[in-house]
Every structure is written in structure tokens, then in C-alpha cells.
Design a protein around this ligand. Sequence first.
Ligand SMILES: [Zn+2]
Length: 401
Amino acid sequence: MARVVKRAFKYRFYPTGEQAAQLLRTFGCIRLVYNMALQARTEAWTRRQERINYNATSALLTGWKRTDDLAFLNEVSCVPLQQALRHLQNAYINFWARRAKHPTFKSRKRSRHSAEYTASAFRWRDGTLTLAKMAEPLDIVWSRPLPDGASPSTVTVSCDRAGRWFVSLLCDDVITQTPATGMVGIDAGLDSLLTLSTGEKITNPRHERADRQRLARAQRGLARKQKGSANRTKARVKVARIHARIADRRRDHLHQLTTRLVRETQAIVIEDLAVANMVKNHRLARAISDAAWRQFRTMLEYKAAWYGRDLIVVDRWFPSTRLCSACGALAQKMPLRVREWTCPCGAVHDRDVNAARNILAAGLAVTACGDDVRPQRGTSRTGQSSAKQETPRATKGIPVL
Ligand SMILES: [Zn+2]
């Protein structure tokens, strides 16, 4: 069976000086328009209890462009500005649905620099991409091919903190769905990235340990530099580069892993770590592995939908590490350093494998009850609403321990 899905293909590109200037100006205008619209919406609500929608902010934008002070907004393509207003609208929808916090102002230093172009604002001819208000096409490094005959419907240009430029092309792609069987439980760990109920342990990407040490050193270096100095700027770019390298390797690693998992298995059971990780831990390793887990889950969600697989999310209110997966007895409190333990029933457990088996058992209990455990579809862009909706359904039917 084949299925057509929307898929983003991301590439690096090298802008000319003129293009970079145009894009940086666009980012600045997007930030300004977004912040002014947010301000208008907030004021309308606090002063008059009035909700301003996308159309109203769009009309405001037309007005701003006519004033002398803001005439420079006409120098950039209007489409990314409109898209920013749409993003603000979505942020409000998520806020009203209690899926997200109230939108905040974009900042020049902290916010992501990106601009979204819809079909009317770019030209796609023979594999070259030219954006509105630009004379030349972008110099894209085609690190992998687009699907045959693909033509992008949306294009997003971004620049990361390490100063690298990216373009992401949203295209239709055909996924061939092949049947698979079996069910696997997955536990997230610190020592090994993930542990499967089959006993397989998935380690962190290569070089990550060394990269983390380098990152810690660079961060210490940055902390010593005087605020506002040129050396501090240099140190900040260095930190950003190492961060970017860790994140890139991580993402590649997780892509390979999640693709393999959804191809091989019909049902995948994971735990809802938002519940387990209530304990704050500011260590670098922890922060990175938490981010990796969120990314892993998002990838699993959309790839499971692509391939027609089931993703079952179980609440971790049961003690998955201390529970014997062979006899169901509950062991005493177990500090993190205990990697292996023996149950009175005679079973010898690897801590993480045992946890993964318990997660699998929880998933099996859900399916045995005949619940429809398929996650909600069509929310892969945020991944938030599906996460919120499937959890209570998936936990239904887990026996009380
Ligand atoms: Zn036992």
C-alpha cells in the first residue's frame, strides 16, 4: 500500500551577500510584525476583553505598511510577514486549547531566525529555487535528492546560531507501507540512549561524549569573557557550533533508529516521560537526553502515522524499574547506580531491559483490553495535541499493581 505524505527536506545553502542582507532584513521585519500583532492582541484582550483574530491582524499589517515609520516593511516579501501572523494565530489556538503557554515576544538574540514562503512567494524551475525579491536562485547543497517530480508547496529559510543557512522544502512524498508484526517496549536511559524489550541497547551517537566535554569547556570559556567584548562574541559562536554539531549527529542517529523501528515493528510502546521527569536536573547530560527523548517521540509519532503503525504511550505511574518482569514482585528502592538485580524468584535483571519489558507488558495490557490505541493523526507538526489525547486512552486497562 502506498501513502502520500507531506515531508520536509532540509538543505544547507550559501547566500550571496545581497541575499543574506535581504533575508536578515526579512527576519527583522517578521520579528517586528509578530511582536506588534502580539501587542495589539494582548491589549485588545486586557482592555476590552476582545479577541482579535488573524484577519484583523492582517488588516493591521496593511495599515502599518502605509505609515511613514513602517514603510520599510514593503522592502521585504509580504508572504513571510503574513505567515508570521498565521503562526501567531496558531500559537493562540494552542494557548486557548491549554496545549501551550501564552505566546511571547520574539527577541533578536534568543528567537529562531526563520521565514516561511508559500507558493506565491517563490519560483521553482528545473530544480532551482528563487525567492521573492531576489534576482538569483539560492545556492543549495543538494545533500540528498528530492523525490522524483517533487515540487515544494512551502519553503522555510532559517539561520542558526552557528551562522549556518538552511532551506526546508515541504513536498509530497510517497511512503510504501509494508506489513510488520510484533510489539516492542522502549525505555529511555542515561547510560545507553534507549533500551528495547528485546534486550538490545542503543548507545549514544559516536563522538558525543567527546563533544560534550568540548561543549562544557567552551561554555566555561564563554562565562569568563567580558560582556559585550569581541572575544565573548567569538566564544558564543564556538559554543553554538559545538551545540549544532551535537544536535545534528543526534538527529541523524534518531532518524535512522526511528525509521528502523517503524519498519520492523507493528506496535511500539513508550512511556510518557513528562510524568517521570518531574525531578529537575540541570546537568548537561540530562538536558541533552531529555531533548533527544522529545525528538525521538515526535519522530516516532509521525513515522508511525506514515507507515500505519501503532504508537502506545503509557503513563509511568508504575515503578517500571523495580517491578520484576518475570513474576511481578516489587523490589526495594533502587538507586541509579544499581545496573543489575536479582529477584527472589530467581530472575536476574538488567535494570533497563527489565524496565523496557514492563513497558511492553503495559502496552500489551492496553491492546488486550481491545482499546483502539492508535494515536490521533495529523498533529505531527506540534506533536502536542496527540500526546495529550492518547495518553489517557492508552493507560486505560493497565492492571493496578
Ligand atoms: Zn521475580
